[in-house]
Design a protein around this ligand. Structure first.
Ligand code: NAP
Length: 163
């Protein structure tokens, strides 16, 4: 689907999070996330929304949930995947899928591009994982390599090959 961009930071075993929090806190990765998503719509599951300390400035938040509860002003609520896809189509511009595990799983086949931060570390206590995907379906290029707190990680761009 046009305009669907996934962005995630993953460990060596596709680890995404534990106890509804990120596992690694890497300054330059947060900066990368901010640069990529700034000014765009960001789409997330309810658990990821709850894990944010506050609304992220400069980005429209779209939250997937089955709940009928009040959200902060400005947040757009979608109650199904079809609703999210209709929203993305109506925007005609890039929308960023920012997690978590369940939403990546549901949207991976639809994405045209992914920004993955691959972190050279693992955590056996992780309880949320990025879905397996076929690297061969994408053209990959390395955007940057970093080292922080003795952890090496890379920013990679994956563009889906023509189907
Ligand atoms: N490393 C990274 O880049 C990264 C990025 C984001 C998140 N994370 C981590 O990922 C973990 C959270 O992932 P998660 O899978 O547990 O939660 P999630 O995907 O953030 O949220 C799951 C919730 O989203 C709603 N939802 C999902 N699909 C839906 C659909 N089709 N229709 C309606 N509602 C839908 C449901 O909410 P209701 O229960 O309200 O119906 C569901 O319980 C956390 O540990 C977080 O820190 C990591």
């Amino acid at each position: 689907m046009e305009h669907v961009v996934l962005i995630a930071a993953i460990g060596e075993n596709l680890e995404l999070g534990k106890k509804n929090q990120l596992i690694w806190h890497l300054k330059d990765d947060l900066k990368f996330f901010k640069e990529k998503t700034m000014g765009h719509d960001i789409i997330m599951g309810y658990q990821t929304f709850c894990s944010l300390p506050k609304l992220l400035p400069g980005r429209k938040h779209i939250v997937l949930t089955h709940r009928n509860i009040n959200f902060p002003e400005g947040v757009i609520v979608c109650h199904s995947l079809d609703e999210v896809k209709a929203y993305i189509k109506s925007q005609k511009k890039d929308c960023y899928i920012i997690g978590g595990a369940s939403v990546y799983r549901e949207m991976l086949d639809d994405c045209e591009k992914m920004y993955l931060t691959k972190i050279e570390a693992s955590d056996k206590e992780a309880d949320a994982y990025f879905p397996n995907f076929l690297e061969s379906e994408f053209e990959m290029r390395t955007l940057a390599e970093h080292q922080e707190n003795n952890i090496c990680y890379k920013h990679l761009e994956y563009v889906r090959k023509k189907r």
